[in-house]
Design a protein around this ligand. Structure first.
Ligand code: GTR
Length: 404
């Protein structure tokens, strides 16, 4: 018989004590103190009509998308007509001959000051077909995605992805927009729009980074070495929020992965567990559109909760992952957003996850049909364990074994 205490995850007393001793006070890290809450219904139009068919879901999806654009992340512009790709370098003997390294500059326009995404891709040499790819939206120091590989970081285990026949691609989010509030006077925001013309629903910085990842997909579509129908977008923490918004918006991503994304990413806001809308928007108001400020200390007034965001990915594949000590990001809230998004997969002909499925125990990835989750031992970080679990799921989703 299985040990029932191992059947699901619960936070340890040590993790709770550590979180409570942190900088922020008056934050809840205790499950029993989560207030009763009712999630807004996913499968009902805003006018109350039930959503029962895939055709109705297409309209519902659009309705949800517009709510998140208008109230949380802001509306992003179309890709600039004059954006273009420049191949800066190709090295066919990278990673001891295992990979071809491409350095691609994505010029986001032709006018002076146009931001440039410096994309790095390692493509496995041992392959007969275009390679499926993982794109990391890197929100940490650029050393984590070192193209020379003098620095090898667990945050982006490119060699291990290549060994598993995936192309490993990454860009630094700061190439698109800086991670600081400067009145949107720099980066892609200022390049495409005068700061004084911004509206309460103009795009914030997370939307800009997500938009940048979509420009990488624009490039993937032109590269015959990449199988653009089998690409994953991924990121950690603020990068995880970004990956989720990117995968929600841009249906070209076959797999959307969000690691430790927490508040305003995968975690349900109405649980009042860990980071709050007040804390996040006071610390990082540039991440969101101005309209989002109306919900500070008023989570119950949100027209959505984050399970609607996850549902936007359906029926494509989604993977949410959390870490045991990362109570700030509310692991259970991340899991519950995933589970409560499952009806979208079911409606669209995939099994998703069954209603009432228990949150899995530590280090035991749970793979449903098109939806997966794990919680790993340890701190708020992106680790090799996470990457390899994500790649296992991608293997299954992309039927790698069948077409190897
Ligand atoms: C924290 C922030 C989180 C998360 C994290 C990160 O300070 O409160 O929402 O995004 O930063 O990106 O590492």
């Amino acid at each position: 018989m299985s040990d029932p205490s191992q059947a699901t995850w619960t936070a340890t007393q040590e993790a709770i004590a550590k979180a409570e001793s942190g900088h922020w006070k008056n934050i809840n890290y205790v499950e029993e103190r989560v207030p009763p809450y009712t999630l807004p219904e996913l499968m009902r139009f805003q006018d109350g009509t039930p959503v029962k068919t895939p055709e109705q879901w297409t309209r519902r999806r659009q309705e949800i998308l517009e709510l998140f654009q208008d109230q949380l992340y802001g509306f992003s512009p179309e890709p600039p007509k004059d954006m273009h790709f420049e191949t800066v370098d190709i090295d066919a003997s990278a990673m001891d001959g295992n990979a071809t390294r491409k350095l691609i500059d994505i010029h986001l326009g032709k006018s002076p000051g146009a931001p440039v995404i410096h994309l790095v891709i390692f493509i496995p040499n041992k392959r007969t077909k275009p390679a499926p790819a993982f794109l990391l939206i890197c929100n940490r120091d650029k050393n984590n995605i070192d193209p020379t590989r003098a620095v090898k970081s667990d945050f982006w285990p490119a060699e291990q992805l290549v060994n598993r026949d995936y192309a490993a691609a990454a860009f630094f989010n700061g190439d698109v927009a800086p991670d600081k509030y400067d009145g949107f006077t720099t980066g892609i925001h200022a390049y495409l729009q005068k700061p004084e013309e911004r509206k309460p629903n103009s795009w914030g910085t997370i939307a800009a980074w997500a938009w940048g990842a979509s420009r990488v997909m624009d490039y993937f579509e032109t590269d015959p070495d990449i199988d653009d129908k089998k690409c994953a977008v991924t990121g950690h923490s603020r990068g995880g929020k970004t990956a989720l918004w990117c995968g929600a918006l841009d249906q070209r991503w076959a797999l959307t992965i969000s690691n430790c994304s927490g508040c305003s990413g995968a975690a349900l806001a109405r649980r009042h567990f860990g980071e709050s809308l007040s804390v996040i928007q006071n610390a990082f108001k540039h991440w969101f559109c101005q309209n989002y400020r109306a919900y500070i200390d008023k989570e119950e007034d949100l027209p959505f909760d984050q399970h609607w965001l996850v549902a936007l990915v359906a029926p494509r594949a989604v993977y949410i992952s959390s870490a045991d000590e990362d109570l700030w990001a509310d692991p259970r809230g991340e899991w519950l957003a995933l589970l409560n998004a499952a009806p979208a997969w079911k409606l669209l002909g995939r099994n998703g996850l069954d209603e009432g499925t228990a949150m899995p125990p530590l280090n035991k990835p749970l793979k449903g049909d098109g939806m997966a989750y794990h919680i790993r031992t340890g701190e708020h970080n992106y680790k090799v364990f996470d990457w390899m679990a994500h790649a296992d799921f991608a293997d299954a989703e992309f039927n790698r074994n069948q077409d190897a």
